[in-house]
Design a binder for this molecule. Structure first.
Ligand code: DMJ
Length: 636
């Protein structure tokens, strides 16, 4: 039995007498007296109750618990342990209506503008009236998980997210519209350039090989309407129907290959045979196939040599062929860059003789001695079939498209001809080992030349086909470092334009490698001309197709503007220039090359188009004159 003073009950007598004064002193004395009158147990119970109320008050205060919990989270995040915090969150979330972690994630995501928008909307929604709270509750009901208030909050956030998504979509639609408008305006600029070039050709050089726009006359090379044929598929791709129709009319009525004329095998194959085959494929018009068969068969006498390595020149009227007057050699690039066209001619005609002739060349070159790490010399003898002038290796003139056609034949044939691929892969390694260097001061990667063991930092603009070819190979599954090299080289090719006073590249650049150099590119006086060649634009096109990096389009746009500024002739046509270093007097050469229409303008157009199906690189392979030929179906 407990003593009376420790009995378990509480009896509070608040008034000892009937007199009541409400003075502070009286209240203090009175309270204290009452407190003293309580038993120890009563006092303990009161203190315990007060403590309990205090703890509950703290626990139900979101602000305080928030501060406290954040402190714990920070501490636990610091040492990597969070079990207590996780439990705490679970324990309290139904009481606190604390937003789930997504809220923090939303705040972290997105650019500052988005974050501000989100925060503003959240604040606004916290001020919403009853109507909106009801809406939230409805969302909670639809929303799921038992319709708890916390879900109502999630519903609100979903609304925020939807609103933000809508805004983002609006922005994307605006971006898309702006980018479509930009692309269309650039495409129209290219169409206009082609119309202007065509206007000069039509007015002053109709049916002849090349326009001389300054003298308003023409030049003849083969006398076969070279510019007109080279431009056929470009006009088709650009949708210049009227111009295409008048060109077709000329092909149908005027073009005859029954002429006593010497033509260069390589040039007439890539421009005429390639142009006709491509136009046939794009249009389905058999006129172009018949013309292709005619010129193809007339070029075949070039292969009647002792070695089966073709002569450089053929008389397409007489059916005779010969090497140049000064040598019995042919150029390696020329004899190894006619394969895509003759192989396609065999496929279309069912006559294997074309393909057999050109593949014999590839077989011989594959087996020849005299290469260095897969790199080929520049000349080959048509009598004995051996390389001549050995010891010089370049990716420029006289060797360039050998490398390009190794890869492209492999792709054309359905990636089955392994010797072609092996030679290509070996050659890329040979380039890396022997020809790649960095310039000073900018560290541009360039491809120089090797001559009897001596490196020369000379790079032809022709070499700028290489980034595009490397990128194409990477697209077809070749090593990823080919693409990395392509990115470095296209930057260099662009700089060959950007560092010139006209913004147009010279035909040949010499890169500086001395520590004291203040500029990367030197140009010799004899190399200052620009023939409106396509290689950099071609590579920009491949790079854009595969990376979608808009900078390649922008670089191309700058180049096109400079062509318009320095090479456009007001009375019609464009001209090559002699001096890319003198904007005041670029010194026009009075010649518009056929490849300006056949290649350069076509690649500009394809570069500025965002439609990857416009001459898909999974269906077509471009010959070295930019004429697309189909990649063969696997069975063939
Ligand atoms: C074109 O005829 C072809 O691109 C060829 O492969 C190289 N020379 C000119 C353009 O530079």
């Amino acid at each position: 039995m407990l003593p009376p003073s420790r009995r378990d009950f509480v009896s509070l007598t608040l008034s000892e007498s009937g007199s009541y004064t409400n003075s502070k002193q009286w209240r203090r004395q009175s309270c204290w007296r009452k407190w003293k009158q309580l038993s120890r147990l009563q006092r303990s119970l009161i203190l315990f109750t007060l403590m309990l109320l205090l703890v509950c008050g703290i626990a139900t205060s979101p602000t305080l618990i928030g501060h406290w919990r954040d402190g714990v989270v920070a501490e636990n995040e610091n040492d990597g342990k969070q079990p207590f915090v996780v439990n705490l969150k679970n324990e309290y979330k139904s009481i606190l209506h604390e937003p789930p972690s997504e809220k923090k994630d939303y705040r972290r995501r997105g650019p500052p503008v988005f974050q501000n928008r989100f925060q503003t909307k959240t604040n606004v929604s916290s001020l919403l009236g009853v109507e909106n709270q009801e809406l939230d509750l409805k969302n909670a009901d639809k929303g799921s998980e038992g319709g708890k208030p916390i879900i109502s909050w999630r519903g609100a956030v979903i609304e925020e997210e939807q609103a933000s998504d809508t805004d983002t979509k609006d922005t994307e639609i605006q971006d898309d519209a702006a980018s479509l408008a930009l692309a269309e305006s650039r495409l129209e600029t290219v169409r206009e350039a082609l119309r202007h070039a065509w206007k000069g050709y039509k007015n002053f050089a109709w049916g002849h090989d090349e326009l001389k726009p300054i003298s308003k006359s023409y030049g003849e090379w083969f006398g076969l309407g070279l510019t007109l044929i080279d431009a056929l598929d470009t006009m088709w791709i650009l949708g210049l129907k009227e111009e295409f129709a008048e060109a077709r009319e000329w092909v149908a009525k005027e073009l005859s290959f029954d002429k006593n004329v010497d033509v260069n095998l390589f040039e007439s194959t890539i421009r005429i045979l390639g142009g006709l085959l491509s136009t046939y494929h794009l249009t389905g018009d058999s006129l172009f196939l018949e013309k292709a068969k005619d010129i193809g068969s007339r070029l075949m006498p070039a292969f009647t040599t002792a070695s089966k390595i073709p002569y450089s020149d053929v008389n397409i009227g007489k059916g005779t062929a010969h090497p140049p007057q000064w040598t019995s050699d042919s150029t390696v690039a020329e004899v190894t860059s006619i394969q895509l066209e003759f192989r396609e001619l065999s496929r279309l005609t069912g006559d294997p003789k074309y393909k057999l002739a050109v593949m014999e060349v590839m077989k011989q070159v594959h087996n020849l001695d005299g290469k260095q790490d897969g790199l080929v010399p520049m000349f080959i003898n048509t009598n004995n079939g051996l390389f001549t002038h050995q010891g010089t290796y370049t990716l420029g003139a006289r060797a360039d498209s050998y490398y390009e056609y190794l890869l492209k034949q492999w792709i054309q044939g359905g990636e089955t001809e392994n010797e072609l691929l092996d030679d290509y892969l070996l050659a890329v390694e040979g380039v890396k080992k022997n020809l790649l260097k960095k310039s000073t001061p900018s560290g541009l990667t360039f491809v120089g030349e090797l001559s009897h063991g001596h490196f020369s930092p000379k790079m032809d603009h022709l070499v700028c086909f290489l980034p595009g070819t490397l990128a194409l190979g990477a697209h077809y599954g070749l090593p990823a470092d080919h693409m990395e090299l392509a990115k470095q080289l296209i930057e260099t090719c662009y700089q060959m334009y950007a560092q010139m006073e006209t913004g147009l590249s010279p035909e040949i650049a010499h890169f500086n490698m001395h520590e004291s150099s203040t500029q990367d590119v030197d140009v010799k006086i004899a190399d200052r001309h620009n023939l409106q060649v396509p290689e950099t634009v071609e590579s920009l096109f491949y790079m854009y197709r595969f990376t979608k990096d808009k900078k390649y389009q922008q670089w191309g746009w700058e180049i096109l503007q400079n062509f318009n500024k320095y090479t456009r002739v007001p009375t019609g046509g464009y001209t090559s220039i002699n001096n890319v270093r003198d904007p005041a007097n670029p010194n026009p050469r009075d010649k518009m090359e056929s490849f300006f229409l056949g290649e350069t303008l076509k690649y500009f157009y394809l570069l500025f188009s965002n439609d990857s199906d416009l001459i898909s690189l999974d269906k077509y392979i471009f010959n070295t004159e930019a004429h697309p030929l189909p990649i063969w179906p696997q069975a063939e």
